[in-house]
Write a protein that binds this ligand. Structure first.
Ligand code: HEC
Length: 183
């Protein structure tokens, strides 16, 4: 093979392979965040590499969801949603909850986020790959705590998550009104 042939072949391979890798959200998700038995693990690099969808603040220490909630997804998942209005296969949503700090700043009486406490994770399975307690309504559902961040401590989708997410059923079980990045 001459040099120019080799260069041509390399260019052709790059052109044909690169878009496949870039597009394959599901391959990455079901390799890195879900094992072959459907066990979900916590994505750990969301702050540096994913996009921030929006934040919620539940400023009542007695409330079930007290804290700062920041929600993240993969950049390509956000793009796909903006284009189609649907969550693509392999979309992962991570909600990180942190405690609330407060004090006077030069802006006024400020609230800001403290240390992470828990992470809620939803994984879009558009192909019905898995059943079992943590899979339902087209999503995998998991919960991780700062004490044991490797262990999914959710009992099941039905017992731990479903009741509270029913109000968002019409928007694919996601509270999309809180996520400006999806619009
Ligand atoms: C106490 C009610 C409650 C429970 C229990 C609950 N959720 Fe949620 N979840 C919400 C609400 C309400 C939001 C959006 C508003 C907020 O965070 O305050 C939300 C948001 C989320 C988000 C961000 C994306 C979205 O849907 O808007 C994820 C991910 C999530 N929940 C996963 C889970 C998983 C997984 C479980 C079960 C292990 C679970 N949730 C249990 C009420 C709940």
């Amino acid at each position: 093979m001459t040099t120019s042939h080799a260069v041509g072949l390399a260019a052709l391979l790059t052109l044909t392979i690169a878009p496949v890798f870039a597009a394959d959200l599901a391959t990455t998700t079901f390799r890195d965040h879900v094992d072959s038995e459907g066990n979900i693990s916590r994505p750990t690099d969301v702050r540096s590499n994913w996009v921030h969808l929006g934040s919620w603040v539940v400023d009542d220490a007695e409330a079930p969801g007290a804290g700062f909630h920041d929600v993240y997804t993969q950049p390509e998942a956000a793009r796909a949603y903006r284009e189609s209005g649907e969550f693509a296969d392999g979309t992962v949503l991570v909600k990180e909850i942190r405690g609330i700090e407060s004090g006077e700043k030069t802006t006024g009486p400020a609230l800001w986020a403290g240390e992470p406490r828990v992470w809620f994770v939803m994984v879009r399975d558009g192909q019905g790959r898995f059943d079992g307690p943590h899979w339902g309504q087209g999503w995998g559902w998991a919960l991780f705590t700062a004490d044991e961040p490797e262990v999914n401590v959710s009992e099941s989708f039905e017992n731990t998550c479903m009741g509270c997410h029913t109000p968002a059923q019409q928007t694919d079980w996601v509270f999309v009104e809180g996520y400006p990045t999806l619009r």
